[in-house]
Structures are given as C-alpha cells and as structure tokens.
Design a protein around this ligand. Structure first.
Ligand code: NI
Length: 383
C-alpha cells in the first residue's frame, strides 16, 4: 500500500489548510465541514455532528458483519504559534501543536487508498473531536461511533523518532492520568499578626512539598509515577494573609498498584494537612483518563502492517510507557485495538509537541496513510 506523489500533495495541502485554520476542542466545526467535503470529493458519504463536531464515514460491502475502525483526532491547542511557517496558524491562541492536522490528512489519504481496493469487510473512519480535552473519545462512544466495530486502530505523529520508523508495542503505552483540584480554606488577617489567622499559603506550600515524597517513598521504584502541581492560586496583596489557596495537579502512573498508592497517599496527605496547619481542605478528582493498553491480536496486525510499510527493521519499540495521556484509551476499554506512533523528526530543529514552535516532517503523511490503509486490509486477512 503506497502513496503516489499526487496523493501526498493532496494530503499535504489538507494538512497545511488545517494547520492554518486550527480549531479548539469541540469547536472543530469548519474542520468537520472541510473533512466532509474532502470525503465527498473522493466519493465517500459521511455523517457530521457526531458528539458535536465528529465525523463518521464507512466504506465496504454491506453484506458483512466485520467492521474495523480507523481513528484520527482533529483538535488544536490553545497556543499562539511561533514557527514562522508559511502556513502558520491564522488564529492567535490556537495552534495545531500536536500533529492532529497531520492525523486528519493521513486518514483522508487512507480513505482515498482504500476506496480503490476490493474490500471484503467494512471500514469506518472516525474523525474525533477534543482529544486534547481528554473526553472526545468518550463522547464519540456515547454517540455510538464504535457500535458494531470489531477493532480500532490509530497512530500518533511523534517527533522523538526518526521519520520512517513506526513504534508498535503491546500492552500499556500511555499512562493513567488522574487530574485533581485541592482547595485549602483558612482565615485571612494582617500579615504582621499571623497568630490571628490561618495561613492558606503556608499550608499549601507545606502540602506541595510533602506530596513529592509520595513518588519517592510510596511507589515501587520499578513502577513509573509522577505527581505534578501545575497551578497554584492564592492571595491578593503582600500584607494580607491569604484565606484560600487552590492547587491543581495531575497524577500519572503506569501500574495499577502505583496508581492506587498515589491516589490513597494524596487523600491521606490532603486530610493530614488540614490538622497539621489547622485549615480546612477539600480534594476533588476530575475526569480520569485510563491508560492506553494495546491488545495482543490488534498489536500483531498493527506490527505486520508497519513492517510492510517501513520494513521490519524500522518497526521499533517506544520503550517504557509514556507518562502522557491519550483518550484512545476509552475505545480500548470497549473493543480491541492498537495505537502506534509514527516517527516524524525533522532534520532542522523544531520545538516539542505542545510548544509554540512544534512542527513535524511532512513525509510522515504518506507513511501514516499507508499504514492506516494496510492495517485495515491486514485485519481482513487475519479473520
Ligand atoms: Ni496529540
């Protein structure tokens, strides 16, 4: 399954158009219309408005029970682009800084390739909103997007790896993510008379420092885990003791035991902090993102497809699980599937994913499209 130079140009144009016109999670309306138009131009009917802005399309014979899904995410990030690219984002505060523009282009490319094949089963294309929000996949599932699917596959552009390589790993490849908010309530007063107050900032500072010992002392050192506080908000002015502090953070873990210990330790420390500093504390867990756990059979199919596209020696392992999250995990809780990473390192330096200077090697578009199409065809052979 190979892409012609013509197909590459088509995909590159799509990628550059989307890159220039990024839309944030659940606001991908123009992106969705653009995708539907592109599908129509290659003779594929689609349904829009799935879980808000998602797009679904299906091809293949109708007299088969076997349907497999190929998924691309399509949202941008709230970042102002600083790449200086000719097709850089036209919108301040919105940028495709994770390669989702490339994912859409690849999946459209794969649709074009598969449209010309003699298919013996059905293939469903899922253009999913709001991966960056962590719940787009869940909304797609609620809207019935994976009903009747036997398996689902996806790839993510990754500039850590050389262009021409694909990472394929069975088992866990992305971490459990447990975001949380902590509220600390004290009493305000004059900065010169702390004995008349309950200082929320001192309590917050003590808690932040204590929490770091969870990774060091409670988790098996062989199990990866991290606790990061990404936001702290407290106080108004230098001479007033703050009565409230809000902390926001996330726990990432790759082993159920580590996760259990981290969550229990966090609860215990937040509660303990209340009596330690004589304040009131509240801990709220936000939406949890499960780990991405690639299924055995689907991983074998994904690996064989990758070997066909980039040759066996370029099918590599990502090594230990990433501590990043991916909402593809929700699909894998329901059906079998596999998420791979497409190497897309540029020769000239560019920033990492989720930075204002992120860019990837556009040669990856052909590799991604070919892999998507190949994995869909290979699954057919296995069954
Ligand atoms: Ni991403």
């Amino acid at each position: 399954m190979t892409c012609s130079p013509k197909l590459f140009s088509w995909m590159n144009e799509i990628r550059q158009h989307l890159h220039q016109n990024p839309e944030l999670s659940f606001y991908e309306t123009e992106t969705a219309t653009y995708i539907q138009n592109k599908l129509q131009s290659i003779g594929i009917q689609s349904t829009g408005g799935v879980s808000g802005t998602g797009v679904l399309a299906e091809i293949g014979p109708s007299d088969t029970k076997l349907t497999i899904g190929l998924r691309a995410d399509m949202d941008a990030l709230p970042i102002t682009e600083e790449t200086g690219l000719s097709f850089a984002s036209d919108k301040r505060g919105s940028m495709h800084a994770c390669g989702h523009d490339g994912h859409v282009a690849m999946l459209l490319g794969a649709a074009s390739l598969l449209q010309q094949m003699d298919l013996t089963h059905r293939i469903r294309f899922l253009f999913q909103p709001a991966e960056e929000k962590g719940n787009g996949a869940q909304k797609m599932i609620e809207a019935g997007a994976i009903d009747g699917l036997e398996a689902i596959f996806a790839g993510h552009i990754d500039t850590h790896y050389e262009t021409g390589s694909i990472t394929v790993d069975e088992g866990i490849i992305c971490a459990f993510a447990d975001p949380f908010t902590i509220r600390i309530h004290g009493n305000s007063g004059h900065a010169a008379r702390p004995h008349e107050t309950k200082d929320a900032i001192v309590a917050a500072a003590g808690l932040i420092t204590s929490l770091q010992s969870l990774v060091a002392r409670e988790v098996d050192p062989n199990h990866a885990a991290v606790l990061s506080i990404g936001k702290i908000q407290a106080g108004e002015i230098h001479n007033v003791i703050a009565d409230n502090a809000i902390l926001e953070g996330t726990i990432r873990s790759t082993h159920p035991d580590a996760r259990k210990r981290m969550l229990a330790g966090l609860k215990r420390m937040v509660n303990g902090n209340a009596s330690l500093y004589d304040v009131r504390t509240e801990l709220v867990f936000l939406d949890t993102l499960p780990a991405v756990i690639n299924h055995k059979l689907a991983t074998t199919v994904a690996r064989d497809a990758a070997a066909t596209i980039v040759s066996k020696e370029n099918v590599i392992s990502q090594g230990p699980s990433s501590l990043g999250g991916e909402d593809f995990a929700f699909y894998l809780q329901k059906i079998k599937g596999c998420l791979v990473r497409f190497g897309a390192k540029k020769t000239e330096p560019s920033g990492p994913a989720h930075s204002s200077t992120f860019d990837f090697d556009d040669a990856v578009l052909s590799i991604g499209a070919s892999w998507y199409a190949q994995v869909a065809m290979n699954f057919q052979k296995q069954v």
